[in-house]
Design a protein around this ligand. Structure first.
Ligand code: PGA
Length: 249
């Protein structure tokens, strides 16, 4: 079911004390009913956040997970571990994971499968580099990322998939895609989902925009027909700016 979603991706920010301060402030807020609010703290804060938010309408997401269910993978975290600490959703394929940790499409496809097998929801991130956009190959690139990483899943799996379109050149740079650029790409993404699956599936999937979303540009971006919300990095680290974005629909 297509939903309005604002998800905060904290990346490698906020230790346990800082998480506690954030949560104490967050819990004082009034949440709009029509918006699904998610936060993705680091692994070390997930369980604390889960317990703290138990009676509040905020969902928890993890920022990554390993594709294997268990085994000799020093330093890694499995889907089962994430679920056991309260995270039902996982962000996969973030451009930082792709670029800095060599996560390619086969790895991401395996992670998607493992997450779905463990009945988790996946926020699958895709996005082109500035070079792709300059060359005019951004649509092809997005199609390739979706085809290789996601389009092997069954029709039924789409109930548990959220897409996040995050142009790499807009992440953490202060440079946002224009609302028109975001809408154009989101519409394209919905079109290729319809071509590969069905119009019903394409109409039902939530597609988030990410990349320098701030309180002063969120309303215009979220106002686009095919934009269902945002994956927010920097501006999700303070309750004030995060809530302004949550209230931008
Ligand atoms: P940003 O990050 O909002 O700081 O640009 C978005 C993201 O990387 O998810």
């Amino acid at each position: 079911m297509r939903k309005k979603i604002v998800a905060g991706n904290w990346k490698m920010n906020n230790d346990l004390d800082e998480t506690e301060l954030f949560l104490a402030e967050l819990k004082k807020q009034v949440f709009p009913e029509k918006v699904v609010i998610m936060i993705a703290p680091p692994f070390t804060s997930l369980n604390h956040a889960f317990k703290s938010l138990r009676d509040h309408n905020v969902e928890l997401a993890a920022q990554n997970m390993h594709q294997n269910n268990e085994g000799a993978f020093t330093g890694e975290i499995s889907a089962k571990m994430l679920k056991s600490v309260g995270a039902k959703t996982v962000i996969l394929g973030h451009s930082e994971r792709r670029a800095l940790f060599n996560e390619d499409s086969p790895i991401l496809a395996a992670k998607v499968n493992t997450a779905l097998e463990n009945e988790m929801t996946v926020i699958f991130c895709i996005g082109e580099e500035l070079e792709d956009r300059k060359k005019g190959s951004h649509f092809d690139l997005i199609k390739k990322q979706l085809s290789e990483g996601l389009f092997h899943v069954s029709d039924g799996a789409w109930e548990n998939i959220i897409i996040a379109y995050e142009p790499v050149w807009a992440i953490g740079t202060g440079e946002t895609a224009s609302p028109e650029q975001a809408q154009e790409m989101h519409k394209f993404i919905r079109k290729i989902i319809a071509e590969n699956y069905s119009k019903a599936i394409a109409d039902n999937v939530s597609i988030l925009y990410g990349g320098s979303v701030k309180p002063d540009n969120a309303a215009e971006i979220f106002g686009q027909n095919d934009v269902d919300g945002g994956l927010i990095g920097g501006a999700s680290l303070k309750v004030d700016s995060f809530m302004k974005i949550v209230n931008s629909f």
